[in-house]
Design a protein around this ligand. Structure first.
Ligand code: NAD
Length: 272
């Protein structure tokens, strides 16, 4: 897709207010999603992880006319409480949550999962990459008095084995299962909970995975569409899921990866 792609403008999100967690820079998936939701009229607030990132995130946030930026380490209950208390005070409610957060120790995202995974990093990876969605979702649901929608970001490594993804794949499996259990609990309140399983993208997060570039290349070469996953496609799926267009969809993991997930054996050349 051309670099000059402009996110389609419209009013699908007019009157809706949402929190976006996980923008680190202009390449972040959360930022692609935020741009699309803003272009459709959503009012957005953002969390960022620590002061160092604030400098990078602020100009992005201001470029779409938003201003609410709240510091939040997703493992810190007090900071999570403060974020949602602030949103309650400011908005009196919330319509959607975008959760786009993951972390694992780089040194364990390579080689043997069995040999390299420590208890400490296993638990930390689970905490940041899976439980943080439950923790944020629980607080967000209290503000979704008229129903709402939550979306998290996952990857194929939850379902199938990929090189280097290791403990992150285990955490993503927990994240996807959490999505379904949250959808059960919150469904009767009109709150939908879904995950987007995105193809490999050039972001900070993938730089932490040994062979991450290879995942992008293989994703392109093996995919049914023979192309990279586009930010526009991921953002479009998020728009569908958090807008009223997604009204009957919940507990779902939607693959947005140019069809990569459907392939068991790549093209072998020749016919057939
Ligand atoms: N890049 C890919 O190929 C790809 C593919 C599928 C899914 N995903 C998922 O998309 C999500 C966003 O990743 P990205 O690729 O945009 O990279 P990114 O590095 O831009 O975003 C990751 C975010 O997680 C945040 N984070 C990490 N630890 C945190 C903590 N303790 N508290 C609060 N925030 C914390 C970082 O600040 C950052 O904003 C992740 O869940 C990632 O696993 C990425």
């Amino acid at each position: 897709m051309a670099d000059d792609w402009v996110f389609p403008k419209g009013e699908l999100m007019k009157g809706k207010r949402g929190l976006v967690m996980g923008v680190a820079n202009g390449n972040s998936i959360a930022w692609g999603i935020a741009q699309q939701l803003a272009a459709q009229g959503a009012e957005l607030a953002f969390t960022y992880q620590g002061e160092a990132l604030e400098k990078r995130v602020r100009p992005l946030v201001e470029s779409i006319g938003a201003s609410t930026m709240l510091e939040c380490d997703a493992t810190n209950d007090d900071e999570l409480d403060a974020v949602f208390a602030q949103l309650e005070q400011q908005w009196g409610g919330l319509d959607f949550l975008i959760h786009s957060i993951a972390f694992s120790d780089k040194s364990e995202l390579k080689g043997s999962f069995t040999e390299n995974t420590t208890r400490e990093n296993f638990l930390r990876t689970m905490d940041i990459s899976a439980f943080s969605f439950v923790a944020a979702g629980k607080r967000a649901s209290k503000l979704m008095k008229n129903g709402g929608a939550m979306v998290t970001l996952t990857y194929l490594g939850a379902e199938r084995v990929l090189p280097s993804y290791n403990v992150m794949g285990v955490a993503k499996a927990a994240l996807e299962a959490s999505t379904r259990y949250m959808a059960r609990d919150l469904g009767p309140s009109g709150i939908r909970v879904n995950a987007i399983s995105a193809g490999a993208m050039r972001t900070l997060a993938i730089a932490g995975i040994t062979g991450g570039r290879g995942l992008i290349q293989t994703g392109r070469e093996w995919s049914l569409m023979k192309e990279d996953t586009s930010m526009e496609g991921i953002a479009g799926a998020a728009l569908w899921l958090v807008s009223d267009l997604g009204r009957s969809t919940t507990g779902e993991t939607v693959h947005v990866d140019a069809g990569f997930h459907a392939v068991a054996v790549p093209d072998l050349g020749g016919e057939g």
